[in-house]
Design a protein. Structure first.
Length: 258
């Protein structure tokens, strides 16, 4: 009996505090540890809203989240991103139903072989979609009634913003299986609660940051403009002492007679 009571106390429903952020940098933490089972998240979605939360998933292959419940009052979309903000799985309309609610799980293998750790789950109204560093969709628009791994033009990108306009959505509950409370990933700390205006600025800064990272990854290492000898013409600065040693042994030419 004591064990059952302890287990019951350990499971919690998290209530949104203020307005949850829309990117990993501003996502709302659901707790201060990863040992408390999280059975649901409840909140309210505003016009053009995106609410993102930090969760811990111990066994991703057995994780699920859905909005097929009486608490949710609008046409939803559910999203899951990894600790780096990259897309994992998405659903618009729950498979096997005629409802406009959402369910994400491992039915299509998107969570197979995923490691335990921090993940970000987000909820939007229909037509508010995740975009990557180049402002292109991480998931394609279609099909609606399918559980999908990232399949858009920017399927390999981290989430950098959202596109599409929506009306005021209303209340929601994300019912969870296999989730635990968590703080945001160290990659995206620190962050603070932001107003709608500063959140837009943060989204722009995020896009600029990931674009800069993309540029940096393409930058080639510079070569010496004028190598001192042919033996190290293609070598990098750490080998410069070899060139200097070689150059010191090359006899100097006498100046031409006047």
């Amino acid at each position: 009996m004591c064990a059952l009571l302890t287990a019951a106390r350990a499971q919690i429903t998290y209530q949104e505090q203020g307005d949850a952020g829309d990117l990993p940098e501003t996502a709302q933490a659901t707790g201060t540890d990863t040992n408390t089972a999280l059975s649901a998240i409840r909140g309210t979605l505003e016009e053009n809203g995106v609410d993102m939360y930090v969760i811990y998933i111990q066994d991703p292959a057995n994780f699920s989240a859905n909005t097929v419940n009486n608490e949710t009052t609008f046409d939803t979309q559910l999203w899951l991103f990894d600790a780096e903000g990259k897309g994992v799985v998405f659903n618009d309309d729950a498979v096997g139903t005629s409802l406009n609610r959402s369910t994400i799980n491992n039915s299509t293998g998107c969570l197979t072989d995923r490691a335990a750790g921090i993940y970000y789950t987000a909820i939007t109204r229909d037509n508010r979609d995740a975009i990557g560093c180049e402002d292109k969709l991480i998931w394609a628009n279609y099909p609606f009634r399918a559980v999908r791994c990232p399949d858009g033009p920017e399927r390999g990108s981290r989430v950098a913003g959202w596109t599409g306009t929506t009306a005021i959505a209303g209340n929601y509950e994300i019912t969870l299986t296999g989730a635990f409370t968590a703080l945001r990933s160290r990659i995206f700390r620190p962050a603070r609660r932001l107003t709608a205006g500063t959140r837009r600025t943060t989204a722009a800064a995020t896009r600029a940051t990931c674009l800069q990272r993309r540029k940096s990854s393409k930058t080639r290492a510079p070569r010496l403009a004028r190598p001192l000898c042919s033996a190290c013409a293609d070598r990098w600065m750490p080998m410069m002492w070899i060139c200097l040693l070689s150059a010191s042994r090359i006899p100097r030419r006498s100046p031409p007679a006047r």
